[in-house]
Design a binder for this molecule. Structure first.
Ligand code: GLA
Length: 377
């Protein structure tokens, strides 16, 4: 990330001193669409993210510059003042959510840029929210704890972006720790760091470089399905449901809702299986669960697409230990657990076969598990 350019532009535009803050994107080994169902997730922060230079300006407004969009935006911090620029909505939302939690956010200037690939399912938006939540809490002496900062990001999505997401992305971006994955129980919010250094294996992401923007917010509709099933079962979230419970109400719910809940109940167990397997160094089981997650997300949760199914089949064909779609779905990346000796063969196969099938060049990223939100200067 070119921090130098951010600092230089800040100086040119505003000419004052500043603090520099950063927050990362995330991967998730397993536990997809479980967060808003009170289940478990297993994310880690990555070595790309958002970096922002920020300084209070003594005014009543925020003056922001996005290097990636080459665009300025100025807005007051008062309610009902949502900017029209997509990227500025996140900053405004974070400010409002902090203000509502008692932080005395005042006007500030900022210049920021990011290197999380957009639409890759690596949570560039959580990186943006976490950078500002963390920075503004520090600058304006808010004293909110890290969980509350993650919540600020999540509620920004709900209230200012329209995505009723769970807590995973913002949690990972705030709490990330170098070399560690985190198992978070999204009901109790208890979590544990798991040092992740699979000897003889590598984690890599294959970006399909497709993003299917589906009408009618498919993410929110998945969530609604889960909530309907939980309600039919008389429980708060699907965390408390077992397959037998689901079978017992099968005739009362739609076939679609049944499939959604079936996936979630299976996924809850898969995260626990993976934790056990990691403890024993049993990467074959980890990989097997990753494939199972993929096909659950594809056939039952229906958030995959042709391109991602192709990449997972290709991984399977190459003997890759585990592969699956990562993140919310509808495009983005697969996450792959690959034996060192197969790495080159798999990468070569992806680079030749994927463009041949879809006419799109995939991108490949080695996963480097890194630290969460922080001040860097
Ligand atoms: C998106 C959401 C998360 C989570 C994942 C799916 O990334 O922001 O809260 O639900 O999808 O696991």
């Amino acid at each position: 990330m070119d921090t130098q350019l951010i600092k230089q532009l800040f100086t040119e535009k505003f000419g004052t001193s500043y603090g520099v803050y950063a927050s990362p994107g995330r991967i998730n080994l397993i536990g997809e669409h479980t967060d808003y169902n009170g289940g478990f997730v297993f994310p880690g922060a990555v070595d790309c993210g958002i970096v922002a230079a920020i300084n209070p300006n003594g005014l009543d407004c925020v003056r922001a510059y996005s290097i990636d969009y080459s665009a300025d935006c100025q807005f007051a911090l008062t309610a009902d003042n949502l900017p029209t620029e997509g990227w500025a909505k996140y900053i405004y939302g974070v400010c409002r959510e902090l203000i509502e939690r008692g932080v005395d956010v005042k006007g500030f200037d900022c210049v920021f840029a990011g290197d999380v690939p957009l639409g890759a399912g690596m949570s560039s938006s959580a990186a943006l929210e976490s950078t500002f939540a963390f920075a503004l809490n520090e600058i304006f002496e808010g004293k909110l704890d890290k969980f509350t900062l993650a919540k600020v990001g999540q509620m920004t999505e709900h209230h200012y972006v329209g995505v009723n997401c769970g807590i995973m992305d913002q949690f990972a971006s705030i709490f990330g720790k170098k070399g560690c994955l985190m198992r978070l129980d999204c009901r109790s919010m208890e979590f544990e760091y798991f040092p992740f250094d699979p000897q003889g294996y590598r984690l890599l992401l294959v970006n399909s470089c497709v993003k299917h923007e589906l009408v009618d917010s498919p993410y929110n509709r998945r969530r609604e399905s889960c909530e309907r099933v939980a309600k039919a079962l008389g429980i708060e979230t699907l965390r408390d449901a077992e397959f037998a419970d689901l079978e017992s109400i099968k005739s009362e719910i739609s076939e679609e809702d049944y499939k959604r809940a079936k996936y979630v109940i299976g996924e809850k167990q898969r995260v626990l299986d993976v934790c056990d397997a990691l403890g024993k160094g049993d990467y074959e089981t980890v990989g097997q669960r990753m494939y199972a997650t993929h096909w659950g997300m594809s056939c039952d949760y229906e958030v995959s697409c042709e391109e991602l199914d192709f990449l997972v089949r290709l991984a399977e064909k190459c003997g890759v230990t585990g592969s699956r779609i990562m993140g919310g779905g509808f495009g983005g990346c697969t996450i792959n657990l690959v034996k060192e000796e197969l790495y080159d063969k798999f990468v070569a196969a992806v680079k030749s076969e994927y463009p041949a099938a879809f006419g799109v060049e995939p991108k490949i990223y080695d996963v480097v598990i890194s630290d969460g939100a922080r001040r860097i200067e």
